[in-house]
Design a binder for this molecule. Structure first.
Ligand SMILES: [Zn+2]
Length: 451
């Protein structure tokens, strides 16, 4: 048993938006047992280990619902800095086609490590580039998350339409439908753990309507439902995509996805910027979710997602960083950028800073189908981060602790992060790896990749 003792505040994001003051949280193994003020009674039990949280605020672990960890290794190339999505993808594939399992391992360590340090305890990763002969990329990603002590939902993504068939990717990174379905089944059997508090899950995730065929989308939806895993892809990200599906299939992107069986509470889409009102209603009615990626949408000039309307209509929305090439490796940053972006575009109709925290916790957990995550309450996983309120950035900022990450912003890593009741970040540093040593080991891999 572990007692997080005498925290200045515990922001729970529970059903009644409870914020405890001068409270403690009792944990048994991976699970929260109780939160409240019976601190003295709990602390008297000799079998309980205590963690002194005096002067700190406790928040639920943030959950990242869309990412591309491999892109960490190509995140600041001058030629790519000023492009919109389609041109950016075509230029990026020239590098990504050299990807292998070593690149996947070290870029996952770096990307997940940054996310974890900044309060993210669970991340989804949408990996869809599987060059021929690149090794076991999914195993490499899970090896990285396991070493860090972080939860990972990894995609077995796919592409089957290359340049020669009117798609964007080069021939060397696409596979046949048979190869893709076999690889998806293998990944689920090898890695997917559907048990409560599980650290590893797999979902199936063709890349986007402009790099996969309708036949693959249909087959993947059937396969995911047979295997009991979730479905994910990019959708309604740009006007170019809308023009592509209208021209090729005579339908708007969501109508096209509906046509291939992709609506339901087991489906979530990355971005969802260009949905109209009827489409938002359809998403809400079917429980189909959206991963909101504010920084990426700004950097690639894709547009502003109608988050206020989505939340008002009851669409399930989670937060996402979408890789440090186009977005970030930092959900605290995304939370604040999202708050500011919607203040600018919607003023008083924008989600509050606390609403943004709930999108990043409860909303994200719902997208990933995790009823055991997303809030701090008895029976949920002990995933949380602590912030020392005595840092400069918090002076004068403690009137509304639940709003703090959005309104003021934290601007530095969390002080401590726990996943499944185990400390993974201590005083802002990763517990299980040495950052400098990892950077040194990554460099030759990065050089070979980029050569
Ligand atoms: Zn993406």
């Amino acid at each position: 048993m572990l007692l997080i003792q005498n925290a200045a505040a515990i922001v729970t994001c529970d059903n009644t938006d409870t914020v405890y003051h001068n409270a403690s949280m009792l944990i048994n193994g991976r699970e929260i047992v109780a939160i409240g003020n019976a601190t003295a009674a709990w602390a008297a039990d000799a079998h309980i280990e205590t963690f002194n949280a005096q002067g700190m605020a406790v928040f639920p672990g943030l959950i990242n619902t869309h990412h591309h960890l491999y892109q960490t290794f190509s995140r600041n190339m001058p030629a790519l800095q000023n492009m919109e999505l389609f041109d950016w993808l075509k230029a990026s594939y020239l590098i990504w086609q050299n990807l292998n399992e070593d690149v996947a391992y070290y870029s996952s360590l770096a990307g997940l490590g940054e996310l974890l340090k900044n309060g993210c305890t669970t991340s989804a990763d949408h990996h869809y580039v599987f060059p021929h002969g690149a090794g076991d990329i999914t195993a490499a990603q899970f090896a990285a998350s396991e070493l860090l002590g972080m939860r990972l939902h990894a995609a077995r993504g796919s592409m089957d339409v290359s340049k020669k068939d009117g798609g964007l990717p080069p021939d060397s990174v696409v596979e046949t439908i048979d190869q893709i379905l076999k690889a998806g089944e293998d990944a689920v059997h090898r890695f997917h753990d559907s048990s409560r508090f599980s650290m590893k899950q797999v979902f199936l995730a063709p890349c986007s309507p402009f790099s996969v065929s309708a036949e693959l989308l249909r087959a993947t939806a059937l396969q995911a439902r047979e295997l009991g895993v979730r479905l994910h892809t990019h959708l309604a990200e740009t006007r170019d995509e809308e023009a592509y599906t209208l021209e090729r299939f005579g339908m708007r992107p969501l109508a096209y996805m509906e046509n291939v069986g992709w609506l339901g509470s087991d489906v979530w889409y990355a971005h969802g910027i260009h949905f109209n009102d009827q489409e938002l209603t359809l998403l809400a009615q079917t429980g189909t979710g959206v991963a909101h990626c504010p920084t990426s949408n700004m950097k690639l000039a894709s547009g502003v997602a109608c988050l206020p309307e989505m939340l008002a209509q009851g669409v399930t929305v989670g937060l996402a960083a979408d890789s440090s090439t186009c977005g970030s490796d930092n959900l605290l940053e995304e939370l604040r950028v999202g708050f500011l972006l919607h203040r600018l575009s919607s003023s008083s109709k924008a989600p509050s800073a606390y609403d943004m925290l709930k999108v990043a916790t409860r909303g994200s957990a719902q997208l990933l189908g995790r009823t055991d995550l997303g809030s701090l309450e008895a029976g949920k996983a002990a995933d949380f981060f602590l912030v020392d309120l005595e840092r400069f950035a918090c002076i004068g900022a403690c009137d509304d602790i639940a709003a703090l990450p959005g309104t003021v912003g934290l601007k530095a890593p969390a002080d401590y992060v726990f996943v499944n009741g185990r400390m993974a970040v201590e005083q802002g540093c990763l517990c299980t790896i040495d950052e400098k040593e990892t950077v040194a080991k990554s460099k030759p891999v990065l050089e070979r990749y980029r050569a």
